[in-house]
Design a protein around this ligand. Structure first.
Ligand code: SF4
Length: 161
């Protein structure tokens, strides 16, 4: 089996920019020793339910929703500092592509990450495989799926306590 990795670089400008709110929340989360939860937030239905699930997980102790945008693009921000200092970072990606998990692996130590593929949790009968737009699934059903993902993730996370 080949272990060769293909990589590419993205150039990001203005990396000293920070979000005022992110500065306050990031610093507070470091003080409170919270574990950040980020999601892929992909533009499709899969990203949408992963985002909803991350919000639900982030409401439970000792977790809190983190902003992946600042973690990835603003290395001097309190939000990025939080990701570096946190005991673990939880990543809930929308599908097997693990887009945000693969980026995060370049920012913090991979062993400090716990990654989830949300699609594999709720798509056992392939019902959602071909859906692109989030509003192709009724809101109530999206919320139920997010709840299922969140419960599954929280249950799995107990193993790491
Ligand atoms: S993990 Fe899947 S849903 Fe999320 S951004 Fe990547 S391809 Fe889209």
């Amino acid at each position: 089996m080949s272990t060769q990795k293909e990589r590419f670089n993205i150039e990001i400008e203005n990396i000293k920019a920070v979000c005022p709110l992110g500065e306050v929340v990031g610093a507070q989360m470091i003080d409170e020793n919270k574990i950040p939860v980020i999601s892929c937030e992909g533009g499709c239905f899969r990203g949408e339910v992963a985002r909803l699930a991350a919000h639900l997980v982030g409401k439970q102790e000792p977790f809190m929703r983190g902003c992946h945008g600042e973690m990835f693009t603003a290395p001097k921000s309190a939000m990025a500092d939080w990701a570096q200092k946190a005991e673990k970072v939880i990543v809930i990606d929308g599908c097997f592509m693990r887009c945000h998990g693969r980026i995060m692996e370049n920012i913090i130590d991979k062993k400090n990450m716990i990654q989830f593929d949300a699609l594999s949790i709720y798509n056992k009968n392939n019902k959602y495989t071909d859906i692109m737009l989030y509003d192709e699934v009724p809101e109530k059903e999206r919320k139920e799926l997010a709840q299922k993902i969140a419960e599954n993730v929280l249950s799995d996370l107990q193993k790491f306590n």
